[in-house]
Design a protein. Structure first.
Length: 582
């Protein structure tokens, strides 16, 4: 009898000893934004299901943090991430408030071997175990397809309310305009504003109404989310601008009510916020179970219109299987592919503004750079001759229109609002602002116009949108550098302590940092947002997809066999695949 009792006791102790209590730090953004509250609810509901199903064997113990809104929220989350790292959890789950501020903390988590799962937004310059987000580009496509029907034979006049600082909103804009071009819609962007929350929405719509006081001067107002969009609709209704159609995203119940009542909003591509949270929790379970996970997961969206609003199950609903297939849809093409005769030598002329490490012209006609290497391999595969031409940024589109160039390589913001071009192929890189400090310089947690208010700043907008840095630092004393040796001078001036910080394209600064002997620290920032580098051709060119298709094939293969990373490594760069829309 004693033997049986001892055996049972041993079995009980063994089962308890093998039970695992997983400590998971989960960093939420806001509990005042209802969509984000629904994401948290979905995540925690799924964790409860896991704990119930694995009672006595395994459990997930969530340690929650809430950042809050605005700049203070970004600051809070930076401190919370550091606190979480000190507690050494098994996993960190985070909804980033900013794409760049947490970069160093992510790298610290990587060095500690703590898996990091991000949802809704990504973090640059570190290794995410997984990234779960809505199919924002696809949502933009849905809105674009719907909008293209408004004035089939006339130009649609559009006012854009954008927010370039985070990935999700930028993807929505690009999906929308790519889709308009795919439908051969004629459009003109008559104004661009920024709005992402109620306060910025109120300010932006006042400016818009001042710019366009007359009825029938604008056809469509496009907003990147309901956070700013709802306030814009309120003001449009108050000013009786009912002729304007409103196109938006998120699926806020108040926006759905506006569609139902015919108050300005005609389509809202909604998120399945609860499902985004549930998918994040399911990914977490796979990570703690040692199973493989998809590195990037897109949760489908749903286009709500008057015809479809009764089919949308709400933020906590589950997308139907066919919606998941739509979420994976690629960038649209509108030009019938023309067969290419490989026996006939074809010359492809590409215009670009040389900038290392992307494409550099060492001397007239002598090129280098990671894109030059990639384009060289693709052109050989296609059996075409590649000719690169040095063109200043302001004349790139003119080169296309006059047919002097077959393609241009440019930041997407340069062509985003044009209706006669086509973006083809994969994203060829990503531009954002880097901040270069001397190694011994104390740096702020958030690098922005507020934290740099009393700093001596030098900058160059090489590779970045012209005027964006000046716009962000209005009222600050900043010094612009230009010239062929601008990057070397920036490093020299910071090293000599003549300036506190240098701002410029992050990848350019990182490339030149190879020569650094430990004198500098380089940080990514969200100061000017994020923009992909893309290949662009004219819609009317019957072979416009030729080089884009070749690049698509090359990137798929070269990411699988690590050849892409071999090339990027020569330029002190890393792959941007976590940011792409595929």
């Amino acid at each position: 009898m004693r033997f049986i009792f001892a055996l049972c006791l041993l079995m009980l102790v063994s089962s308890v000893s093998f039970a695992k209590d997983w400590k998971v730090a989960v960093l939420y953004w806001s509990m005042k934004i209802e969509g984000q509250v629904a994401m948290r609810k979905g995540l925690e509901e799924q964790v409860q299901i896991y704990n119930k199903e694995n009672k006595g064997k395994s459990s997930i113990n969530l340690i929650p943090f809430v950042a809050g809104e605005g700049r203070k929220g970004i600051e809070n989350q930076a401190a919370q991430m550091q606190q979480a790292l000190k507690e050494k959890p098994d996993v960190i789950v985070i909804q980033p408030t900013d794409n760049s501020t947490l970069a160093s903390s992510l790298q610290e988590a990587n060095s500690l071997k703590i898996p990091v799962i991000a949802y809704d937004q990504y973090i640059v310059n570190g290794e995410l175990t997984a990234f779960i987000t809505s199919a924002n580009y696809r949502a933009g496509q849905d809105n674009g397809e719907f909008t293209s029907q408004f004035k089939p034979d006339q130009r649609i006049r559009i006012a854009v309310f954008e927010y370039p600082a985070v990935s999700s909103t930028t993807e929505r804009v690009d999906g929308f305009f790519d889709s308009l071009r795919a439908q051969n819609a004629k459009f003109k962007v008559v104004g661009v504003y920024q709005a992402v929350d109620p306060e910025s929405g109120r300010l932006a719509v006042k400016k818009f109404l001042k710019d366009f006081p007359d009825k029938n001067s604008v056809d469509v107002v496009f907003t990147v989310n309901d956070g700013g969009g709802l306030e814009i609709v309120k003001e449009l209704q108050a000013k009786k601008r009912t002729e304007i159609k409103h196109v938006t995203f998120d699926g806020d119940p108040a926006s759905v009510d506006n569609i139902r009542a015919g108050r300005s909003t005609v389509i809202d591509s909604a998120q399945f916020c609860g499902e985004l949270g549930r998918e994040t929790a399911r990914t977490l379970v796979k990570v703690i179970s040692g199973r493989s996970v998809e590195r990037k997961i897109r949760v489908p969206t749903f286009p709500i219109t008057k015809k479809t609003l009764n089919d949308y199950p709400g933020w906590m609903g589950v997308p139907k299987p066919e919606a998941a297939k739509k979420a994976d849809r690629a960038r649209p093409t509108i030009v019938p592919r023309e067969e290419f005769d490989r026996n006939q030598k074809r010359i492809i002329r590409i215009g670009t503004t040389p900038l290392c490490p992307y494409i550099c012209e060492k001397s007239p006609g002598v090129w280098t750079g990671y894109l030059f290497e990639i384009l060289g391999e693709v052109s050989r595969d296609l059996g075409v001759e590649l000719r690169l031409e040095n063109v200043v940024t302001t004349r790139l589109k003119q080169g296309l229109e006059t047919r002097k160039l077959d393609y241009i390589i440019a930041p997407e913001y340069l062509v985003r609002y044009m209706d006669d071009v086509l973006v083809v192929g994969p994203q060829l890189g990503v531009n954002y602002t880097g901040a270069l400090f001397a190694k011994d310089k104390k740096t702020p947690h958030i690098i922005d116009n507020q934290s740099l208010e009393n700093q001596k700043i030098i900058y160059s907008d090489f590779g970045l949108q012209d005027g964006r840095i000046e716009a962000e630092f209005t009222g600050h004393k900043i010094n612009k550098l230009s010239g062929s040796d601008v990057v070397e001078r920036m490093f020299r001036i910071v090293a000599q302590k003549r300036m506190d910080v240098a701002l410029g394209d992050y990848n350019v600064l990182r490339y030149y940092q190879v020569r650094d002997k430990g004198q500098f620290t380089l940080y990514p920032t969200s100061i000017t947002g994020f923009s992909f580098l893309v290949l662009v051709g004219l819609k009317k060119n019957p072979q416009v997809n030729l080089l884009g298709d070749g690049l698509n094939d090359w990137f798929v293969q070269s990411r699988k066999n690590t050849h892409l990373q071999e090339i990027l490594g020569r330029y002190n760069l890393t792959d941007w695949s976590i940011l792409t829309r595929d």
